[in-house]
Write a protein that binds this ligand. Structure first.
Ligand SMILES: [Fe+2]
Length: 465
């Protein structure tokens, strides 16, 4: 008789197996049959998941277990104890590659049991123990300089001039703050106006912000992008222009506390110990302190910095009891998580927008405001402006327009798969005589370097005027 159990294909089965093996290896003497049994079960589960051909990537993002960036079914939700156990170990990313052997899994489990903080990187420690097919880590938060080494193949295509100017201004503000200078409120205000009146109205700029970004991972870029995303969401929920300016100011400065966190902690690719995690989490309170002391900012700006890592049900940090975050903070949280997911991260390429939308949907309710997530996904759509996609007819196209109420069916500029020559425009929301869509989008792809995204988006915007 079969009993209801976690399905074999669940990433949770891997986490559970690993946690259980870790506990057993710390409790029973080496060679005890129960260890062998658990090891076999875990090894079988992993073999099955790896048989699909690609490496197994399990992540825990804000308490949700994800396999290859996709949140899995409801039954895999929450084994709070297990997740907090992994969180206590500082693990939120486990990559297992083809060829992993039982001995490596056992060594890994023992390593996790005995793990204490060390100057040596986790990767080096695992390699020294002959664990070559597993990497552990945390999702490296967005920050400075690190990206340059991480993504040397960054596309060199030109940025929209207004977007480029916003980034340059944000960079200046950021660097001044890192150097200990007081925040230049006038310059922040000018940047807010630039974002509202120019960047948010340029399709080319939005294309560079909304679609997968594998080229910038610096905190000031993240802040500019979060501001634009917050702006788009704010517009959809009907905020007036004055409130929008407050929202953009708060979004721009939400992570300013990171200027006070030592770079070596922010950039550390391995596991963080409790103190380091607490230090990183303190960017919320540090940010609020900096902003409260800055004259001329809106009173909500420090509130958003303080609350942007708190869920709508009061979980997250800092601990403020059951206080529900201000709606402004809730908007910035949605934009922040989407931006962090679609930006470049340690170990892997960015999560494509359609997956990021699914992850947001999964976080709706406990962590994020459900209404805001729905509005956001409808506004951003699964295939935002500037995404390069393949259709189920094996056509390649750039998303040049999105349609309200059709988050899965944008308008495409079709291009030749090899030469990228423009072939014509097609609306994937069109339906055939039977009433069904004539095309579906099957995949988001990396934007080819040779594709002139700006020209295609500018041409579409000009034609629409
Ligand atoms: Fe943050």
């Amino acid at each position: 008789m079969t009993t209801a159990a976690t399905p074999v294909h669940s990433p949770l089965a891997v986490l559970k197996g690993l946690a259980s093996l870790r506990r057993l290896s710390g409790t029973y003497p080496a060679g005890h049959p129960i260890i062998g049994q658990r090891l076999q079960e875990l090894s079988d589960t992993i073999a099955e998941l790896l048989s699909a051909g690609s490496p197994l990537c399990v992540e825990v993002i804000q308490g949700n277990v994800l396999l290859e960036g996709v949140a899995t079914s409801a039954e895999t939700q929450a084994d709070e104890q297990l997740l907090s156990q992994l969180a206590a170990l500082g693990i939120d990313s486990i990559h297992i590659r083809e060829g992993v052997e039982r001995q490596e899994l056992l060594t890994l489990a023992e390593f996790l049991w005995h793990h204490t903080d060390s100057d040596e990187s986790v990767t080096a420690q695992l390699l020294a123990r002959s664990v070559r097919h597993v990497s552990l880590g945390r999702l490296v938060p967005l920050d400075t300089r690190w990206r340059v080494q991480q993504w040397p193949d960054a596309p060199t295509g030109q940025l929209d001039p207004d977007y480029a100017e916003s980034l340059a201004r944000a960079q200046q503000t950021w660097e001044d703050t890192v150097a200990g200078k007081p925040l230049d409120v006038v310059s922040v205000r000018e940047l807010v106006q630039l974002l509202i009146h120019k960047v948010a109205k340029s399709n080319a700029a939005l294309g560079q912000i909304l679609a997968v970004k594998n080229y910038e991972n610096l905190t000031y870029c993240h802040s500019v992008n979060v501001s634009i995303l917050s702006l788009l969401l704010g517009k959809r929920v009907g905020l007036d222009e004055a409130t929008m300016a407050v929202l953009v100011e708060a979004a721009l400065l939400h992570d300013v506390g990171k200027t006070r966190i030592p770079l070596e902690i922010i950039q550390k690719p391995g596991l963080l110990d409790k103190n380091e995690r607490r230090t990183i989490e303190s960017h919320t309170t540090l940010g609020a302190e900096i902003l409260v002391q800055t004259e001329g900012l809106h009173p909500l700006t420090p509130t958003v910095a303080l609350e942007h890592h708190r869920g709508v049900k009061g979980i997250g940090y800092p601990d403020l009891g059951n206080a529900v975050p201000h709606p402004m903070s809730q908007i910035v949280s949605v934009a922040d998580i989407y931006e962090a997911l679609t930006g470049a991260r340690c170990y892997q390429h960015p999560t494509p927008p359609e997956r990021a939308c699914l992850i947001l949907a999964r976080m709706a309710g406990d962590k994020l405001n459900t209404g805001l997530v729905k509005t956001f996904v409808n506004a951003i759509t699964f295939f935002p402006l500037g995404s390069f996609v393949r259709t189920d007819r094996n056509e390649f196209g750039l998303v040049i327009q999105t349609t309200l109420g059709e988050p899965l069916h944008p308008v495409l500029a079709l291009v030749d798969g090899d030469t990228h020559e423009f072939l014509g425009q097609v609306d994937t929301a069109e339906r055939g005589l039977s009433g069904s869509y004539t095309r579906h989008i099957s995949q988001t792809l990396q934007v080819p370097d040779t594709l002139d995204v700006r020209r295609l988006l500018d041409a579409q915007q000009a034609a629409a005027l």
